[in-house]
Write a protein that binds this ligand. Structure first.
Ligand code: SF4
Length: 249
């Protein structure tokens, strides 16, 4: 992504930002050009904020935490999904093209409704702890082995930013595909001893082309996940376990 001039102080950056308001019949998708002087340690989030404050008050983009935790500021950065708050302009060439993440409902400009998509996924895969025997929710949970807690925590680091879906060839062709974010959730609940569902219960949620067998192993999720989650390892593991379970029957 870098060119020979990246990293020099005081560069004049050129931004081409996709502007479109799907709720305005008059609006037509177009790339709008902005220029900005690069500042030390400038992130795309800071650049967009400056553009909005000084040049385009109506520019829409999302952010909450500015620290790579909320997952709100995912966008296409020179064609690759990434987080605006974690991307330094010094790592990019002088010309930067920004567009909204594909595969999600467009709210306007760079803002997309990942929340709606993630909620639908959560309802489909029932991504909450199922424990019908736990009658007293205030009771103290059984202690968990630190090693197991660590393994669950590793998969729990997903921030639901949607970058894996935006970078996934299968998700672009099949809007029912649960993607790496969904398969990672199933892998996470499979490990969790607090969840009463059996492996078979969980495998039924993802044992088809909308799930683990739809993945074409193009590695887009792996390349673009800003949290570097072991997505392809988990998908391959789930596949192997499911095939083994099916042959045991
Ligand atoms: S798996 Fe990675 S890329 Fe996908 S939503 Fe979670 S954090 Fe984002």
């Amino acid at each position: 992504m870098m060119d020979g001039t990246a990293g020099e102080p005081g560069r004049r950056l050129v931004f081409r930002i996709l502007r479109y308001n799907p709720h305005d019949a008059e609006s037509c998708p177009q790339l709008q050009r902005f220029e900005l002087e690069e500042a030390d340690g400038m992130t795309l989030f800071l650049a967009l904020t400056e553009i909005r404050e000084t040049q385009a008050p109506s520019l829409q983009f999302d952010f909450v935490c500015r620290a790579g935790i909320c997952g709100s500021c995912g966008m296409l950065i020179n064609g690759r999904p990434g987080l605006a708050c974690r991307t330094l302009t010094r790592d990019l060439p002088d010309e930067i093209t920004l567009a909204p993440l594909p595969a999600f409902e467009l709210i306007g400009d760079l803002s997309v409704n990942t929340g709606k998509w993630m909620r639908g996924l959560s309802e489909r895969l029932e991504t909450w702890v199922h424990n019908p025997d736990r009658v007293d929710p205030s009771a103290i949970e059984d202690p968990m082995e630190p090693g197991l807690a660590e393994e669950i925590y590793e998969l729990d680091r997903c921030i639901e930013c949607g970058c894996c879906i935006a970078g996934c060839g299968t998700a672009r062709m099949n809007d029912r595909f649960v993607g790496a974010v969904g398969l990672n959730q199933v892998a996470r609940f499979r490990l969790d001893p607090r969840d009463g569902r059996s492996d078979t219960d969980l495998y039924q949620l993802i044992g088809d082309d909308d799930g683990v067998f739809g993945c074409m192993s193009l590695l887009g999720c792996h390349d673009h996940c800003p949290k570097s989650l072991p997505l392809q390892t988990q998908i391959a593991y789930l596949r192997r376990k499911m095939v083994r379970t099916a042959f045991k029957r």
